[in-house]
Design a protein. Sequence first.
Length: 290
Amino acid sequence: MLKIIQAISPRTKSIILILTTIFLFSMMDAIAKILVQTYSSDQIIWARYMSQTVVSIIVLSPIIHKVLVTKYFKLQLLRSTFLFLATFFFFTSLKYLQLAQISAIFQVAPIFVTILSAIVLKEFINIRRWGGVIIGMLGALLIIRPGSEVFSINIIMPAIAALCYASYVISTRYLSQEESATTNFIYSSLIGSILASILVIPTWTPIDPSDLFVFSSFGLLGALGHVFLINAFRMSEASFLAPFSYMNLVFGSLWGFYIFDEIPGYFTIAGSALIVFSGIYIWKKEQKLI
């Protein structure tokens, strides 16, 4: 078995790791959707952050005093708040929308990253990449359908989550040049836990003992996912692995069908196809493959 593993190329290993990461995160979303039917989304967010923070502190305890040193606390606070808001809007939408819908709309995050790269980082975006952005946004609008009977604040929550996540990515791009990935990771966990602990106070509901294990599983899934993600990026560049993130659409649809008997509608499928097409198109342009 060891010889077989050693024979696998680093790129193949990175693909396996990124797919495992996406699967774990999709499982975490499915568990959150189960719990949000009984508990408030604020409490689910608190459980997600707090359990991950506890696991992270235990794992990093030998070097925690070094990891917490930062020269950019204000930027760490802003960056972590963006991630917290992305989590807040994403998890809140779980109570009202299908997993496939949420996963599809959230996939516009890379498109928002492209837009923010031009606005904030002043990166040059050529006309073809802007074309990809427009196609992706049309895909999102096809799912959201403003003005139709399905349109509501709930259905735009994943889009707001995607925008917040894209803002988090842009700020992470800047900080990654100045601080270690471990420092960035621990601050996003700690600050998220503090914000979640404040937010959950008015809506706190005693946790049923039978749900304690499920709540605590957030930390395990989140921590494992991040470990696999970090190792995947060590073996291959992030740009190579980017298209595999669209597997979240597949996993989300499967969990939705298997657990919640959800069947994606035609508009969700068509919009998802446009979003995936635009994302891969933009990725190829960045890789100068077309």
